[in-house]
Design a protein. Structure first.
Length: 132
């Protein structure tokens, strides 16, 4: 049985619908469940590896998690697949946010000493002097 142009077009349309569906799931779940959003965006990227907004969102999640290397890799994929002004704007916006985060992490690691708290973050008040 020969695959016709109509069948190819239908399959392509269904893949694009799946990409859009998983992209919407990822955007909806991003504020509350970052890991679920990342999984949804990765499924969307598996359906269409050239979908720029999906790779930008993957980069954003990795940036928020602090994984700069993975964020840069996802952003590089998005940049390579950018074909419109809208895509370039998405990539540029996330690129600048990623660079700010990377610079802040370098500055933080150089100048800010991590504070160790013996009480696991609980605020313990010093005992007050009692009048005799």
């Amino acid at each position: 049985m020969a695959i016709t142009a109509r069948t190819r077009a239908r399959a392509q349309r269904r893949r694009q619908e799946a990409v859009q569906r998983f992209h919407r799931i990822g955007k909806a779940s991003l504020p509350l469940h970052r890991d679920i959003a990342l999984a949804a965006f990765e499924v969307a990227a598996s359906y269409d590896p050239n979908h720029v907004p999906t790779h930008v969102m993957i980069a954003k999640i990795h940036r928020q998690k602090g994984d700069i290397a993975k964020a840069r890799a996802a952003l590089k994929t998005a940049r390579m697949n950018s074909r419109s002004i809208r895509d370039y704007r998405l990539v540029a916006g996330e690129h600048f946010a990623l660079e700010r985060t990377a610079v802040l992490e370098r500055v933080k690691s150089r100048f800010v000493k991590e504070e160790t708290r013996p009480h696991h973050g609980l605020i313990v008040e010093a005992p007050s002097a009692r009048p005799a």
